[in-house]
Design a binder for this molecule. Structure first.
Ligand SMILES: *[C@@H]1O[C@H](CO)[C@@H](O)[C@H](O)[C@H]1NC(C)=O
Ligand SMILES: *[C@@H]1O[C@H](CO)[C@@H](O)[C@H](O)[C@H]1NC(C)=O
Ligand SMILES: *[C@@H]1O[C@H](CO)[C@@H](O)[C@H](O)[C@H]1NC(C)=O
Ligand SMILES: *[C@@H]1O[C@H](CO)[C@@H](O)[C@H](O)[C@H]1NC(C)=O
Ligand SMILES: *[C@@H]1O[C@H](CO)[C@@H](O)[C@H](O)[C@H]1NC(C)=O
Ligand SMILES: *[C@@H]1O[C@H](CO)[C@@H](O)[C@H](O)[C@H]1NC(C)=O
Ligand SMILES: *[C@@H]1O[C@H](CO)[C@@H](O)[C@H](O)[C@H]1NC(C)=O
Ligand SMILES: *[C@@H]1O[C@H](CO)[C@@H](O)[C@H](O)[C@H]1NC(C)=O
Ligand SMILES: *[C@@H]1O[C@H](CO)[C@@H](O)[C@H](O)[C@H]1NC(C)=O
Length: 660
């Protein structure tokens, strides 16, 4: 039933307005309590000339027509859960941040121009809001189809979007893409993003009353509504997660006692692979699902299109899940536990059967791949050993490690079992490269041949063997090659910043201001690490940064002392370097001569800003540096690692292995 049926019949339009209000109010609050006594009903849909309401007796959502912005969400008779003071287009919507040579960075909220009911019956409603890009439009050159789905008895709703770009349209870049909901701050106080990171949050006003620190995102709370928060730093990047871990996050309110959760049932439509990090939710209260961004990666992950390029991608569905329990007033985390269970249920239902867009590939149209990953490192084991607890994934064809820069297709990742076996199910048909990385082994794996997945296929991958980079026996090694600097020394931040006392321990690297700690701990002399007596958990600072000397940033040179008993002067040694993150950094390598030209340099690398965003990794860099035996001495040797770039933000996190 489309509104166009009634155009010209003024009276009927008027009647419809009233109906839509009534339907919405039926599910609306009485004295702000959750009503469990509402009768179970099928999904209903009511329209007027400006809005549509869909409701299943548990949840009711109201959207603008034909724009397709969510203006009201109510749960079991609650008030609108969305922020009432924001205008209707700015409470719940999809958007991208984009640019090109004609348009500076800007947000496109995908305002629909056409609205259609795709399906409406007692069991399911699916509505669609589309906009078609035209040559003179100032919006991002994309055709957009936004879908909202409600199912009978489902305490929430689904949303997904289909984006399409046609050949010949202007070249442009997508920096960020997401769906977001801005909740009513008076209703929601407690935020949860993981088992440990959950807490009562400061208010928007608290941020406004605070002091902006090194970055505009980071604010020192000085006059918080809850004085216990004074001295803490609020920064949305404290609540980011790896893509592989962003499955459920949200807020709990106490008046009435209910939870609002974003559930992401699959990672296939995100960019940059499982270790790419992104925002989840933050003060506001704002609940996000990011499907693409340059966060923790930089410009390399901006989606760039060529003139003749055709592109289409389905993002989602994601599930907005609502729950309640009177006991949550005493312990809000019980709603988190319930939301996690629901997340597992949604994950197990992936790929969903209900979406009606032809572009969403159903399970019977998908294929699978299984195999066993082995690792061959002849120095450690004569035979190949199982690649246990490794990440294996299919991503669009590319070279070794290209998955971390991939941002247009779909990626399918899984973790191997103890014996290295893996099974990747529900893969969208297409051509892929098979990639893997194995914690404990430096470098990246790519299968020798690409793999074509067809509908219904169940391919057994053979010869999935990662030859770990190795030129000879290990002389020494610092750290664990696992694409993270978490095992190194991570200081506490400056005492003027109060660390929030979570109930469960939160990773130490999630603190504001760690980049300033190096120069406090090493005010004049740089770090020296002695193989054999130093301990990387205590003596290896997790990031090599520059030092502020009287307002100017100067480079730093770290030294590693190591002994070699016998040097093969004509032999070739290898230094394996892995950087977990880099930001406008350069790493120069010199053996035994601090003043010689560098024997190796990475050149200027990285824009991932992971250190400033309290991350322990960004974009992974791996280097295999040849070292002629003639550079080494019998007895004590020194390896100089110089970070010469002199901006505050230059930094790197390294892990290294030297072998002969
Ligand atoms: C929608 O939400 C706004 C803001 O909370 C509220 O004023 C309005 O009454 C709601 N409309 C309906 C139909 O529930
Ligand atoms: C709704 O689902 C029920 C149970 O599966 C089924 O009996 C009924 O026919 C469905 N209604 C419609 C309109 O499809
Ligand atoms: C685009 O703008 C040009 C110049 O103003 C005009 O001639 C043309 O008709 C417009 N095209 C469309 C599709 O609106
Ligand atoms: C603290 O915040 C309150 C309420 O927002 C305001 O009235 C007061 O002036 C603030 N105090 C300081 C020292 O900023
Ligand atoms: C647009 O974004 C790209 C990708 O992030 C960036 O490299 C470029 O400098 C930006 N261009 C303009 C004109 O802002
Ligand atoms: C509410 O939470 C408590 C404690 O976890 C649990 O025992 C109870 O079953 C929950 N009630 C509902 C209605 O889910
Ligand atoms: C996959 O690769 C084969 C061989 O290169 C090619 O013929 C085919 O068109 C590709 N399929 C897709 C879906 O790209
Ligand atoms: C290194 O230091 C850590 C942290 O103090 C300690 O747990 C570990 O046992 C030490 N390792 C060695 C080899 O001494
Ligand atoms: C060491 O490397 C050089 C340059 O690649 C090569 O010419 C030489 O043969 C190598 N020496 C040995 C012993 O492998």
């Amino acid at each position: 039933m489309g509104i166009s049926m009634f155009v010209g019949v003024v009276l009927q339009i008027f009647v419809l307005v009233a109906n839509s209000e009534i339907l919405h109010r039926k599910a609306l609050k009485q004295d702000n309590i959750i009503r469990d006594d509402l009768p179970s009903q099928g999904v209903q849909l009511l329209e007027d000339d400006t809005h549509v309401v869909i409701s299943n007796g548990i949840v009711s959502i109201r959207l603008t027509v034909p724009g397709g912005s969510v203006t009201n969400i109510t749960y079991k008779g609650s008030d609108n859960l969305l922020f009432p003071e924001n205008n209707e287009a700015d409470r719940g919507h999809w958007d991208v941040v984009w640019n090109n040579t004609a348009h500076a960075d800007q947000t496109d909220n995908f305002v629909g121009t056409s609205y259609k009911v795709i399906m409406q019956n007692e069991n399911q409603t699916e509505i669609s809001f589309t906009r078609t890009w035209t040559l003179n439009s100032t919006e991002a050159p994309l055709n957009v189809d936004k879908r909202y789905v409600m199912l009978k008895d489902s305490p929430g709703f689904y949303t997904y979007v289909v984006l399409e770009r046609l050949p010949g349209w202007p070249v442009f870049y997508i920096q960020e893409g997401r769906v977001l909901f801005k909740l009513n701050e008076n209703m929601f106080q407690y935020m949860a993003v993981s088992d440990s990171r959950q807490r009562f949050m400061p208010k928007v006003k608290d941020r406004e009353n605070g002091k902006v620190l090194d970055y505009k995102e980071a604010v020192l709370l000085t006059n918080a509504t809850n004085p216990a928060f004074n001295g803490e730093v609020d920064d949305k990047y404290l609540y980011t997660c790896d893509n592989k871990d962003i499955k459920v996050h949200g807020w709990v309110g106490s008046n009435p006692s209910l939870g609002f959760w974003m559930i992401t049932p699959s990672n296939e439509f995100r960019t940059g692979g499982p270790l790419k990090q992104d925002l989840t939710t933050h003060l506001g209260p704002t609940v996000l699902h990011y499907f693409t961004s340059t966060h923790y990666s930089g410009e390399v992950l901006a989606i760039k299109f060529k003139t003749e390029e055709y592109w289409k991608k389905v993002i989602g569905p994601v599930y907005i899940y609502l729950n309640s329990n009177d006991s949550a007033n005493a312990d809000p985390s019980i709603l988190w536990i319930d939301a996690k269970q629901r997340m597992q249920k949604e994950e197990a239902s992936w790929p969903y059967e209900f979406p009606l867009s032809d572009d969403f590939v159903k399970s019977n149209q998908r294929g699978a791949l299984s195999g066993q990953l082995l690792v061959r490192d002849w120095f450690v084991n004569k035979q190949a050993v199982p690649g246990a607890s490794a990440y294996v994934g299919l991503a669009p064809p590319g070279k070794v490690g290209s998955w971390q820069f991939e941002n247009k297709g779909y990626q399918f990742w899984t973790k191997t079992n103890k014996d290295g076996s893996f099974s990747i199910k529900n893969v969208i048909p297409g051509n892929y490269s098979l990639f893997a990385y194995v914690p404990g082994f430096i470098g990246d794996y790519k299968h020798a041949s690409d793999i074509t997945i067809t509908p219904g296929s169940n391919i057994q991958a053979t010869n999935v063997v990662f030859d770990a980079p190795r030129n000879g026996p290990t002389l020494w090694e610092i750290g664990i090659p696992d694409r993270s600097a978490a095992e190194f020394f991570i200081p506490n931040t400056d005492s003027r910043f109060k660390i929030h006392q979570y109930k469960k321990p939160v990773e130490r690297f999630r603190q504001y201001g760690l980049w300033e700690r190096y120069e406090k701990l090493y005010p004049r002399k740089d770090l020296v690490f002695t193989i054999g007596s130093s301990n990387y958990s205590k003596d290896w600072f997790f990031s090599q940064v520059t030092r502020n000397v009287g307002g100017k940033f100067v480079g730093t040179t770290w030294q590693i002392f190591f002994n070699v008993k016998n040097v093969e002067k004509t032999g070739n040694y290898t230094l394996q370097l892995a950087l977990a993150s880099a930001h406008f950094a350069e790493l120069q390598v010199r053996f035994n001569d601090r003043n010689s030209p560098p024997q190796f340099t990475t050149g200027t690398i990285g824009m991932d800003n992971a250190l400033a965003r309290h991350g322990i990794r960004g974009v992974y860099h791996y280097y295999s540096v040849p070292v002629p035996g003639s550079r080494l001495f019998v007895g004590r040797n020194t390896l100089f690692l110089t970070q010469p770039l002199t901006t505050r933000r230059s930094s790197q996190k390294l892990c290294m292995i030297i072998s002969v």
